[in-house]
Design a protein around this ligand. Structure first.
Ligand SMILES: C[S@@+](CC[C@H](N)C(=O)[O-])C[C@H]1O[C@@H](n2cnc3c(N)ncnc32)[C@H](O)[C@@H]1O
Length: 217
């Protein structure tokens, strides 16, 4: 039986053009990425399959009050999974208007707002018991410390799930002055209580290391 060839995956080329160039320069054209990719970073699949996101879902489900602010929620796939699988009330926010329009259309049972992480204090009235930052940190390097200070100011006592991906040692070109691995990331959370960290190594074409840090803000 003949099978159709899958469509060529153009997403890597799109990220190289609109996110980080191969020489490590940051472009950061998020609207172009959402316009040109159906599901950037395979967010829909990743929400269901990521081992580290499973850990987040399990821990969330155990909280007596499950109200989650998802910072950089993208097209909302994981926000909706937190609602369905962990029984959480979720407010997702993202700087991309295109991503938020898609999220609202796909997952009407969650609330989504266009906002930058720099304005996270706007959501203090939502009184989240947990906050999620998955895959957003490379986008906000210049304001990352300020965002963590704002989390402390507005959401003290909440549980923070912070997840990001690192490349194999020596491969990272962008943001190396900030951190290149989990160990170098840890000092940024000195004002919070780090409860647990997890590393998930993915040996695909290259080694990728995804790190989850769970902290009490
Ligand atoms: C790699 S995606 C991760 C999406 C989702 N959290 C997930 O885990 O699938 C990164 C997201 O961060 C968002 N982002 C970039 N800069 C941001 C900012 N300043 N404030 C809020 N979100 C931002 C992007 O629009 C994008 O949707």
């Amino acid at each position: 039986m003949e099978t159709e060839d899958p469509l060529p995956d153009r997403s890597d080329e799109i990220y190289r053009r609109h996110f980080i160039r191969p020489d490590g320069t940051f472009v950061g054209n998020i609207e172009a990425i959402y316009r040109e990719c159906d599901d950037p970073w395979l967010q829909t699949t990743d929400a269901k399959r990521s081992a580290l996101k499973r850990i987040i879902l399990l821990q969330l489900a155990e909280l007596p009050v499950r109200r989650v602010l998802d910072i950089g929620c993208g097209n909302g796939a994981f926000a909706d999974l937190m609602r369905r699988e962990a029984g959480a009330e979720v407010l997702g926010m993202d700087v991309s208007a295109t991503a938020i329009a898609q999220a609202r259309e796909r997952y009407p049972e969650c609330r989504f707002e266009v906002a930058s992480a720099a304005e996270v204090g706007r959501f203090a009235d939502f009184r989240p018991t947990a906050l999620c930052m998955c895959g957003v940190t490379w986008w906000i390097l210049e304001i990352f410390r300020d965002v963590l200070v704002m989390l402390k100011r507005h959401f003290a006592g909440g549980l923070l799930f912070h997840m990001m991906t690192f490349y194999a040692p020596g491969k990272q070109r962008y943001g190396t002055e900030h951190f290149t691995n989990l160990e170098e990331l840890l000092p940024y959370f000195a004002e919070m209580t780090v409860l647990e960290t997890f590393e998930h190594k993915l040996y695909k074409e290259d080694l990728w290391i995804r790190a989850l840090l769970i902290a009490r803000i």
